[in-house]
Design a protein around this ligand. Structure first.
Ligand code: C2E
Ligand code: CA
Ligand code: CA
Ligand code: CA
Length: 272
């Protein structure tokens, strides 16, 4: 059927053009974002089971766009990955997070997300080394978070890259655990320091026996492998209590604190 004289294919094509134009605009703006200092890291606390100490923070990127305001990672990280800009963004995140962590009164760790695309750059290890060297941060205080897709393609020697990072003293966490294809087997390919249980399981645990069973399997297995588990996306006291019972060691989520800029974190402003 024709709508406004257009057929379905033309509708589709017009939509695609609009999407492509939008992407192109974001890509152009994103180049400026890096040079014009529009990228910020927000920090979300990670606490221990007693909830009496913040043991670290995860650095999460935000884009303060001069016209469009605050832009979330879901709206620019994928485009950065497609265009290769992720290498600059990732280098910024590593340098900035390490520098920031040296200003903290405690010796908390700082966790930085690494995109699988960053592993295609043979310079990744030297970027990490240079972030550590220029900030003076002790390597044990830096943690990198990767997803299993990094391990999916071993032709790139990604496991070798992880070993080099580990040899520097950096901690390696496996993020979004439980959501991928064959997560369990990845635990054999590399000695991870930490597993982060994906937020979707925490979100569903009270209504879904399956979600709870998976959490139980992950914590049980991590215990036998002596790997720490972080529960992501903990929003309620009840979830916190249940996850403690299941043996999770570390906790992150709105219940403990939202990601916020370091200035407000230090000054105790309301979370953003
Ligand atoms: P992620 O690594 O799984 O990060 C956790 C996400 O969950 C963050 O979303 C965080 O704000 C959100 N979150 C934390 N606690 C709660 C909670 O209690 N409830 C809910 N509903 N959400 C919670 P955010 O900041 O939007 O980041 C989304 C994703 O973007 C991240 O997921 C990560 O994959 C990616 N990302 C963020 N910053 C960077 C970066 O610097 N580099 C790379 N490569 N990726 C990044
Ligand atoms: Ca993460
Ligand atoms: Ca995660
Ligand atoms: Ca996630």
């Amino acid at each position: 059927a024709k709508r406004n004289g257009r057929n379905r294919y033309e509708d589709f094509r017009i939509e695609m053009d609009a999407a492509a134009r939008k992407r192109r605009l974001v890509e152009l703006d994103l180049r400026d974002a890096i040079t014009c200092n529009q990228l910020r890291l927000y920090y979300q606390p990670i606490t221990d089971a007693k909830h009496d100490a913040v043991i670290g923070y995860e650095a999460l990127m935000r884009w303060h766009h001069p016209q469009n305001g605050l832009i979330m990672p879901i709206d620019f990280i994928p485009i950065a990955e497609e265009t290769g800009l992720i290498h600059s963004l990732g280098s910024f995140a590593l340098h900035e997070a390490c520098r920031e962590a040296t200003t903290w009164a405690g010796n908390q760790t700082v966790a930085v997300n690494l995109s699988p695309i960053q592993f295609k750059n043979s310079g990744l290890v030297s970027v990490v080394e240079s972030a550590l060297a220029s900030s003076g941060l002790s390597p044990e205080r830096l943690e990198v978070e990767i997803t299993e897709s990094v391990l999916l393609d071993n032709t790139l020697g990604n496991v070798g890259t992880l070993r080099k990072l580990k040899a520097l003293g950096v901690r390696i966490a496996l993020d979004d655990f439980g959501t991928g294809y064959s997560s369990l087997s990845y635990l054999r390919s590399f000695p991870f320091d930490k597993i982060k249980i994906d937020r979707s399981f925490i979100n569903d645990m009270q209504d879904s026996p399956e979600a709870l069973a998976i959490i139980r399997a992950i914590t049980g297995m991590s215990r036998s492998l002596a790997i720490q588990t972080t529960a992501e996306g903990v929003e309620t006291d009840e979830q916190f209590r249940r996850l403690k019972e299941e043996g999770c060691s570390l906790f992150q989520g709105y219940f403990f604190g939202r990601p916020q800029p370091s200035e407000s974190r230090l000054l105790g402003f309301a979370p953003v």
